[in-house]
Ligand binder design. Structure first.
Ligand code: NAD
Ligand code: WQD
Length: 354
C-alpha cells in the first residue's frame, strides 16, 4: 500500500528503473531518483514526470558519495529502496572488474549503511539470472528454480551474487531489514507510449536493441552468435520478459515486504525469479520482431560468443505463488513497443551524433 513516505529508486534514470518509476507513480507511490547518469539521461526521468503529470525529485549523485546520499535521506523520509544502480555489461566487466566491484558492491554498502542510519526497512535488489551461470551443468534445472545452485561466470555476475550474500548477512543481523532479491531474466521492449525505452551507449550488447538498430538503419546486419546449440533451431534459449511486466514485479515485491516481518531477531530475506517461464530462441525473437514491425532483418550466422549458455529459462512459480505476480505481455507486445520507441527516438534520448 502506498504510504506518505518515499521510495528511493537508485538507477531510476536507467532502462528498467525509469519504467519502474512510472509504475510507482501510477500506483500512488512517491519516488525519489538517485542516479549518477553514467549510463543514462535525466531526460528519461523528465519524460516519466510528463507521462504521469508529476515532478519526480532527481539527484545526480553517485551511490558511493556518502554525503550526497545522506542528504537525500535527510530531506526525504524513505521507507523503501529499489536498488537498480550499477554497471551491467558482462563483457566490459571482464576488462574493468575493479570498476564493477567498486560501483556495484561498494555502492550497495554505502546505501545499506545509510538506510541503517535512517531506519529504512525495505530493500528490493535488481539481481540477475546470470547468478545461476550455466544451469544445464545440473540435471533437471531447466526451467531454473531459485534453489538452483549459483555459479556466475563473469565479474559482473560475481558482483550480483556477492551483493545477494551481503544482503543475506545484513538481514540476518538486523531485525528491521526486509530484503527482496529479484533475479531478472532477459528484459526487453519499452513503454507502449514510445516515450521511454532502452538507450544503450555505443554498440548494443543485447539482442533486441541491436535488432532494433539494424531495423532503423543504424547498423547493417545482425550477427547470430552460433547456431550449433542444442535447441530446436540451434540458437540459444532465453526467457524474454517485457520491461513493463518486470517493472510491475517490483511493486509486487514491495507489497510482499510490507506484509512480512522478521523473526527470531532477524530480518527478512527471499529471492524470486522474474521471468515468463517460457523460452525463445534467437531466431524466434528475430522472427517475432520481423512480424511485429514488417521489417526484414539482414543477418549472418557467426561463431559462438564467449560465455553464452544454451538455456536460461525461469521457473516462475515462486513469484506467481508468493508475490501474486505474473507476466501479462507477450514477446510480440515487446517488439511492437520497442519499435515505436525506436522509430520515434532513433537516437535514443540524445540527438544524432555529429
Ligand atoms: P541501466 O544501465 O539502464 O541502469 C542502471 C542505472 O544506474 C544507470 O542509469 C546508471 O547511470 C546508474 N548507475 C550506475 N552506477 C551508479 C552508481 N555508482 N551510482 C549511481 N548511479 C549509478 O541498466 P538496466 O538495464 O536498467 O539495469 C538495472 C539493474 O538491473 C542493474 O543493476 C542491472 O545489473 C540489473 N539487471 C539488468 C538486466 C538487463 O538485461 N537489463 C538483467 C538483469 C539484471
Ligand atoms: C541473448 C541471445 C546471444 C546479440 C545478458 C547478460 C545477463 C542479463 C541479460 C544483466 C544470446 C544472442 C545477442 C547479438 C546474438 N543482464 N545474440 N547476436 O547474454 O542472455 O544476457 O543480458 O544481468 O546477465 O548476460 O542477453 O541479449 O546479450 O543475448 O546472436 O548481436 O542473443 O548469443 O543467445 P544474454 P543478450
Amino acid at each position: 500500500m502506498p504510504s506518505d513516505k518515499y521510495v528511493l529508486v537508485t538507477g531510476g534514470a536507467g532502462y528498467i528503473g525509469s519504467h519502474t518509476v512510472l509504475e510507482l507513480v501510477k500506483a500512488g507511490y512517491k519516488p525519489v531518483v538517485v542516479d549518477n547518469l553514467c549510463n543514462s539521461s535525466e531526460e528519461a526521468v523528465r519524460r516519466v514526470g510528463e507521462l504521469t503529470d508529476s515532478k519526480i525529485p532527481f539527484f545526480k549523485t553517485d551511490l558511493r558519495d556518502k554525503e550526497g546520499l545522506d542528504a537525500v535521506f535527510k530531506e526525504y523520509s524513505i521507507e523503501s529502496v529499489l536498488h537498480f544502480a550499477g554497471l551491467k555489461a558482462v563483457g566490459e566487466s571482464t576488462k574493468i572488474p575493479l570498476e564493477y566491484y567498486d560501483s556495484n558492491v561498494s555502492g550497495t554498502i554505502v546505501l545499506l549503511k545509510t538506510m541503517q542510519k535512517y531506519n529504512t526497512p525495505n530493500f528490493v535488489f535488481s539481481s540477475s539470472a546470470t547468478v545461476y551461470g550455466d544451469a544445464t551443468r545440473f540435471e533437471n534445472m531447466i526451467p531454473i528454480p531459485e534453489e538452483c545452485p549459483t555459479g556466475p561466470t563473469s565479474p559482473y555476475g560475481h558482483t550480483k551474487l556477492i551483493i545477494e550474500e551481503i544482503l543475506g548477512d545484513a538481514a540476518a543481523a538486523d531485525s528491521n531489514l526486509k530484503v527482496a532479491i529479484l533475479r531478472y531474466f532477459n528484459p526487453i521492449g519499452a513503454h507502449p507510449s514510445g516515450r521511454i525505452g532502452e538507450d544503450p551507449q555505443g554498440i548494443p550488447n543485447n539482442l533486441l536493441p541491436f535488432v532494433a538498430q539494424v531495423a532503423v538503419g543504424r547498423r547493417q546486419k545482425l550477427q547470430i552468435f552460433g547456431n550449433d546449440y542444442e535447441s530446436k533451431d540451434g540458437t540459444p534459449i532465453r526467457d524474454y520478459i517485457h520491461v513493463v511486466d518486470l517493472a510491475k514485479g517490483h511493486l509486487a515485491a514491495m507489497a510482499k515486504l510490507d506484509s512480512v516481518t522478521g523473526q527470531d531477531g532477524q530480518g527478512y530475506f527471499r529471492e524470486w525469479n522474474l521471468g515468463t517461464g517460457n523460452g525463445s530462441t534467437v531466431f524466434e525473437i528475430v522472427h517475432a520482431f520481423e512480424k511485429a514491425t514488417g521489417v526484414k532483418i539482414p543477418l549472418e550466422v557467426v561463431g559462438r560468443r564467449k560465455g553464452d549458455v544454451v538455456n536460461l529459462t525461469a521457473k516462475a512459480d515462486r513469484a506467481h505463488n508468493e508475490l501474486h505476480w505474473q507476466t501479462q505481455l507477450t514477446i510480440e507486445d515487446a517488439c511492437r513497443d520497442l519499435w515505436k520507441w525506436t522509430t520515434e527516438n532513433p537516437w535514443g534520448y540524445g540527438g544524432k551524433p555529429e
